[in-house]
Unconditional design. Structure first.
Length: 286
């Protein structure tokens, strides 16, 4: 069976020499963006840029906390993360929280139906905010004990099952995409702290095929690209006699105000007035 070696990291991984990591045969890396809204990972920004510079395929994940509202968690995730073509789809980490600082993370306070509905909502929210269908990270015991459904079997699965080459696959999935086979490894060359070890279930070509293309900017999107669009629209509004181009707050949230301003700009420039900026669009906002 062909596999590709990778890792996942968070702030507890400390300083990382990514060139040395790549020299160990690592071809992909996931980095944590946020742990609910309790913590935005302090190392994410530096990891995200350095992984790309080292020519390692990169991905990012949200550790979902059911004890918190979904929208603020997803907003923090999307506002922090700029996914580019060639990156992996976003990941939602759905597991029991063993690092919750003594707090109950509330999976046990929810009915099975409520748990499934929460999972569905966070997956949908991430897809709307980023434009990409997320990968699900989970463990077989947690999924079978707490979630107990095959409803999400059309999502790519990243399964956490240690000390085995044949991980158990929970309900509904026929295969896994990624396998986290070892957690909190110490002493990995180039990594100061702990790191988790992973394998992609396929060849490097297949891993590259899993990476994302550019997607349209449209209502519901959140993040740095939306903020850049808002800044550009606001500048055009200020430099012209078209106050209707002003989207309002430059907040990285593609809401009704941004859509209305964009449509006004498109109409004034004889463009298709659909409130969408397609990939590769020559929309000339100076």
């Amino acid at each position: 069976m062909s596999t590709v070696e990778g890792i996942d990291v968070a702030e507890f991984s400390g300083n990382i020499d990514w060139e040395k990591v790549k020299g160990q045969g690592i071809r992909f890396a996931f980095a944590r963006v946020n742990y609910g809204t309790r913590n935005k990972d302090t190392q994410f920004a530096s990891y995200w840029a350095a992984i790309k510079k080292a020519d390692i395929i990169r991905g990012a994940y949200l550790f979902y906390r059911p004890s918190e509202d979904i929208d603020p968690q997803v907003t923090m995730f999307a506002q922090t993360l700029e996914i580019e073509p060639g990156d992996l789809p976003p990941v939602v980490d759905i597991e029991q929280d063993y690092y919750n600082h003594g707090e109950n993370d509330h999976w046990d306070d929810l009915s099975q139906t409520e748990r499934v509905n929460r999972v569905a909502k966070v997956l949908s929210a991430v897809e709307t905010a980023t434009g990409y269908k997320p990968i699900i990270y989970t463990g077989p015991s947690f999924w079978n004990d707490k979630i107990k459904t095959s409803r999400f079997a059309d999502y790519d699965l990243w399964i956490a099952h240690y000390k085995t080459n044949t991980p158990k696959i929970p309900g509904g999935w026929n295969l896994y995409t990624f396998h986290q086979y070892e957690g909190d490894q110490k002493g990995f060359p180039g990594i100061q702290g702990d790191v988790d070890r992973n394998r992609f279930n396929g060849t490097l070509d297949r891993l590259q095929a899993l990476t994302v293309p550019a997607v349209a900017l449209q209502q519901g999107r959140i993040g740095p690209k939306v903020k850049k669009l808002q800044q550009a629209l606001k500048k055009v509004a200020q430099d012209s006699s078209h106050p209707e181009f002003d989207p309002g707050a430059v907040d990285g949230m593609f809401g009704q105000g941004t859509k209305k301003a964009l449509i006004a700009y498109q109409k004034a420039n004889s463009l298709e007035a659909n409130g969408i900026v397609a990939p590769g669009d020559k929309l000339a906002i100076a």
